[in-house]
Design a protein around this ligand. Structure first.
Ligand code: ADA
Length: 569
């Protein structure tokens, strides 16, 4: 499915559909494949994951996907992938073109022209957990590492000078003023003829504009400006034409910043109420169909949520398009989970993180729904050794975008040594599990531990000199097996989770100190049945407010009542 931006003057081929596939086994040497001998006996959907398919469920190995496309002979062209996992190598007409080692990241590749009427695209996908090849995905993560082409693929024909993207930054919401940075590709000239128009308005001729560093910078006024907000998610479209190429990009007029302990949206304080959400479903893995995305957002809306933490990886552009339209506020973050100093000593790992962070910002820059960037979920921020990593990522993200706050989720606030890098963030985000993991030894009333523990975090922040920054509880939750109810309200019952979230959500809503919460988590999500097995019944992380099929648990109505959700269940 084609997501924003659109390229109205180009021929674009939407490659989603049924592809040919060849299973290459669990031990294939992906660096020594004989492309001419592949036997495409299978059929698989794109987007999709092969290891959710009944024939390959749970397998770890290599799958080659193939499709054909009729690209105009001699045309320059570019392939766009919305995201793959865990590793991909792209071949055109039997020739290797590109390797992607960044799971979940959108990427684009230039394709050399050819005289052929029909081109063959083969994408070799590998889902083996191989630290050397895919340093960003590790076996110990608490979510399953799927193999597949997770998101849409398209192939677009480009002129000699083409527009890569236009980055739109709101400079004045009420007056409808924006800055637009147009990034060119191909045979970039010194100057180019530029016209623009908004929505269905009149075109404005900007004459010939100088290109500097591959970019053209414009300051523009949006006619009939309508601000974007969760309550009224108005969107505008900017169409830019440079020479023979045009781009249509959708954006929202809104600004986000922090002031003291508050997050401000369009200069008004906003309390962020919502959930962490894995892109997860038993039948689709992270390759969710549009309908499921919309249903997830409807459930979140119904509970009165305005906020989603896109845990723990760059989000699907389709999902963000829907969040823009439905008025959600999103925290987007890079892929990571519980890294220790050992990973950070490896230059390849840092390099992969930096590449993914920059790609994430570039891909999602124009989504008004995205209000903050995050990195390194629980990434060892209590260690001096990780300082260069956190500094490097904060710098890279701020080089790409100064219009959004920066954060990372820490689970190290409560340790003696504390968190070492919170001076780098605009928003402090704390993952914490009182009443679940931290059961206080002899306590028989774990629910009573929650509020004192949360308030200690507030004091800890003051001690760390961060008392004047917004605080989000970025994870807190309790596991519940759907259907398991009992009068003792023990851990894993729906009853315990409901009581737990009643305490948590009331504290967050009533206490001004918190700028927000993303409860762990929206839906039950599959995890590995190895390292996590004993604490993860069914090999799922069961802290969802709905189960993996989105069937609500008892806590759903509790959260809905406290967050002020609607009346429809
Ligand atoms: C961590 C982690 C989550 C999840 C959670 C849990 O804080 O960030 O991904 O694993 O714990 O359920 O324990």
């Amino acid at each position: 499915m084609i997501t924003w931006p659109h390229f109205p003057s180009r021929t674009t081929h939407d490659l989603d559909g049924l592809w040919d596939a060849a299973w290459l086994g669990e031990d294939a040497d992906v660096d020594a494949l004989d492309m001419s001998s592949l036997d495409f006996t299978e059929k698989l959907p794109v987007p999709g994951c092969f290891d959710t398919d009944p024939a390959f469920v749970g397998r770890r190995g290599t799958m080659a996907y193939r499709t054909l496309a009729r690209i105009t002979p001699g045309a320059r062209s570019r392939l766009r992938f919305g995201g793959i996992g865990l590793w991909a190598r792209v071949y055109i007409d039997g020739h290797e073109l590109h390797t992607c080692d960044l799971p979940y990241s959108g990427f684009a590749v230039d394709v050399p022209p050819s005289d052929r009427d029909e081109r063959e695209l083969v994408v070799v996908i590998d889902n083996r957990l191989d630290d050397e090849r895919v340093s960003l995905f590790q076996q110990w993560y608490d979510f399953y590492g799927y193999g597949g082409i997770y998101r849409s693929v398209s192939w677009t024909e480009t002129p000699a000078v083409w527009i890569d993207r236009v980055q739109v930054t709101t400079t004045d919401v009420a007056a409808g003023k924006i800055d637009a940075c147009v990034v060119l590709g191909g045979d970039v000239p010194d100057s180019v003829a530029v016209t623009t128009y908004f929505d269905d308005g009149e075109a404005v001729d900007h004459g010939s504009r100088a290109v500097s560093g591959g970019e053209i910078r414009l300051s523009l006024d949006v006619p009939d400006p309508r601000p974007w907000s969760p309550a009224d998610p108005n969107l505008h479209v900017l169409v830019v034409t440079c020479g023979d190429d045009s781009i249509a990009e959708r954006f929202g007029l809104r600004v986000v910043r922090t002031e003291g302990q508050k997050v401000l949206l369009n200069d008004e304080p906003v309390k962020l109420l919502g959930f962490c959400r894995h892109e997860a479903h038993p039948q689709f893995g992270p390759a969710l169909p549009l309908g499921q995305m919309v249903q997830d957002l409807q459930l979140l809306k119904d509970m009165g949520c305005n906020f989603i933490r896109g845990s723990h990886y760059p989000q699907s552009q389709l999902f963000l398009d829907v969040c823009d339209e439905m008025g959600f506020l999103v925290w987007e973050e890079t892929l990571g989970w519980g890294h220790g100093a050992a990973q950070w000593e490896r230059p390849a790992f840092l390099d992969a993180n930096l590449r993914q962070a920059r790609a994430m910002v570039r891909n999602s820059y124009n989504h008004p729904s995205v209000i903050m960037w995050g990195v390194l979920n629980e990434g060892g921020s209590h260690l001096d050794e990780t300082r260069p990593v956190y500094e490097g990522l904060a710098k890279a993200i701020r080089e790409e975008d100064t219009s959004r706050p920066f954060t990372y989720a820490t689970n190290r606030l409560f340790e003696k040594a504390g968190d070492k890098h919170l001076d780098l963030v605009d928003i402090v985000a704390v993952n914490t599990y009182p009443g679940w993991y931290e059961r206080g030894g002899k306590s028989t009333r774990p629910l009573d531990e929650i509020i004192p523990f949360l308030r200690e975090h507030i004091d800890d922040l003051d001690d760390l000199g961060c008392g004047d920054k917004p605080l989000i509880i970025s994870e807190i939750g309790a596991g519940a097996i759907r259907g398991w109810r009992d009068a003792h309200k023990a851990h894993w019952t729906e009853d315990y989770q409901a009581d737990f979230l009643r305490v948590v959500c009331s504290e967050i809503v009533e206490n001004e100190r918190y700028a927000g919460i993303s409860i762990w988590q929206f839906c039950d999500a599959r995890t590995f049945d190895t390292s996590q097995a004993l604490g993860r019944p069914r090999a799922f992380n069961n802290k969802g407010i709905v189960d993996e099929y989105r069937r609500p648990k008892l806590a759903y109505d509790v959260v809905k009542q406290i967050f002020g959700g609607g009346t429809t269940a």
